[in-house]
Design a protein. Structure first.
Length: 391
């Protein structure tokens, strides 16, 4: 029997795909809308079958013909649908945002292709995102059923379960799987014929030994980096590894922060230098933004493109195409290769040993706890899914 085969959607710079390939899976093809990401895919995998365009233009019949698949002949359909619609940092328009709506076409392809596994990667915000969002100022009384927290994920789960899949999911911090970066992602796995995937078992206790220094020690990184903003420079000169605006002399803190000095929240990203002997903070799509600065531990600059690759697990030789901003965006949006490899390996050789080791810093982010907390909204979603499937 050959290697298990997968097809990926929303493939981006191929972080998820590289992890699956490293675990011994064969990629049959990828689908991506962003033309710059498509150029990156072609630069690194010129022979890979690439479907460029909106995934809503793909059909199961067309994919089966193109890929030479029989119904149920695909081992895994994987993808990380655009997460901005579900992010807690954004407006959370959920499926009112076209980026949120594409996840449901992904699920329809899964229902029709019948892969053994369906893998959905997304941000933590999907755990609480409503199916539809309406500002509180426009509501009169209790929220409508589709506005309840968790409605978007409930529809994802219900759609797959109504098609006969067993769904499990959990929030995982990539640092607990050997990645030198604290990056929390929701991994949902649906198994055909009721096969339920076990949770991943962390391989590293809370990121011990995974540091920025260790990631950067070998030569060969691309030194290209984004420029600091002029007003960041004089304050960063006063800061060392792992420090931020709170470590400035007290008389300079308000001057440096401006209006943000009076705002609430931790504001840990302002004037932030990455620490040498800890994992990196979550990589963002632009390392020079004031509130999410990612500055080098010692040098007066942002993290470079090469350093982004190391922290995400990409090979130094991986060519990321496009403007400097586009390169950071592709790498910042990618799934850490090490986390993807841990999942892909687990699907082939499941870890049988139970563990009490936490998978992230958040509690009640596994599917069993989530179902207890969202029982009503999930039941409503399941009834709706059954109606749609029988229509």
């Amino acid at each position: 029997m050959g290697d298990p085969r997968f097809f990926s959607l929303f493939s981006g710079a191929l972080g998820l795909d590289l992890g699956f390939e490293a675990a011994g899976w064969e990629c049959l093809g990828v689908a991506e809308l962003d033309p710059v990401a498509c150029a990156t895919i072609r630069a690194n995998r010129p022979g890979l079958r690439l479907f460029e365009g909106d995934v809503r233009g793909l059909s199961a019949d067309g994919l089966r013909r193109e890929l030479g698949l029989r119904r149920g002949g695909l081992d895994a359909l994987i993808g990380g649908p655009p997460c901005q619609a579900f992010s807690t940092a954004g407006r959370r328009r959920s499926v009112q945002d076209p980026r949120g709506d594409v996840v449901f076409h992904f699920l329809e392809l899964a229902r029709a292709l019948e892969p053994h596994w369906v893998v959905v990667e997304n941000v933590r915000g999907l755990l609480s995102a409503p199916l539809r969002h309406r500002p509180h100022s426009e509501r009169d009384g209790a929220p409508a059923p589709e506005e309840r927290p968790g409605g978007a994920l409930a529809r994802v789960v219900a759609t797959l379960e109504a098609a006969g899949y067993a769904v499990s999911f959990q929030l995982y911090d990539a640092v607990r799987f050997g990645v030198p970066q604290r990056r929390e992602r929701l991994l949902l796995v649906a198994g055909r014929d009721g096969e339920r995937a076990r949770p991943l078992v962390p391989t590293v206790r809370n990121g011990e030994g995974r540091t920025v220094r260790g990631a950067f020690v070998a030569p060969g990184m691309d030194p290209t980096h984004a420029a600091l903003r002029p007003r960041q420079v004089p304050y960063l000169r006063l800061l060392g590894p792992g420090q931020n605006w709170r470590d400035l002399p007290e008389h300079l803190q308000e001057e440096a922060m401006g209006r943000a000095f009076r705002s609430t929240g931790g504001r840990v990203g302002f004037f932030r230098r990455v620490a040498w002997d800890e994992p990196s903070p979550t990589l963002v799509t632009s390392p020079s933004m004031p509130a999410t600065l990612l500055a080098h531990p010692e040098e007066l600059r942002t993290l470079s493109v090469g350093e982004y690759k190391r922290l995400q697990g990409f090979p130094d030789s991986w060519e990321v195409v496009g403007s400097l901003a586009a390169q950071y965006r592709q790498l910042g949006n990618a799934v850490p290769v090490g986390l993807a490899q841990a999942l892909a390996t687990h699907l082939i050789r499941p870890e049988q040993s139970p563990t009490e080791e936490p998978t992230s810093r958040y509690r009640r982010t596994d599917d069993r706890a989530w179902r207890e907390d969202h029982e009503d909204v999930l039941q409503d979603a399941f009834r709706a899914a059954l109606r749609r499937s029988s229509a």
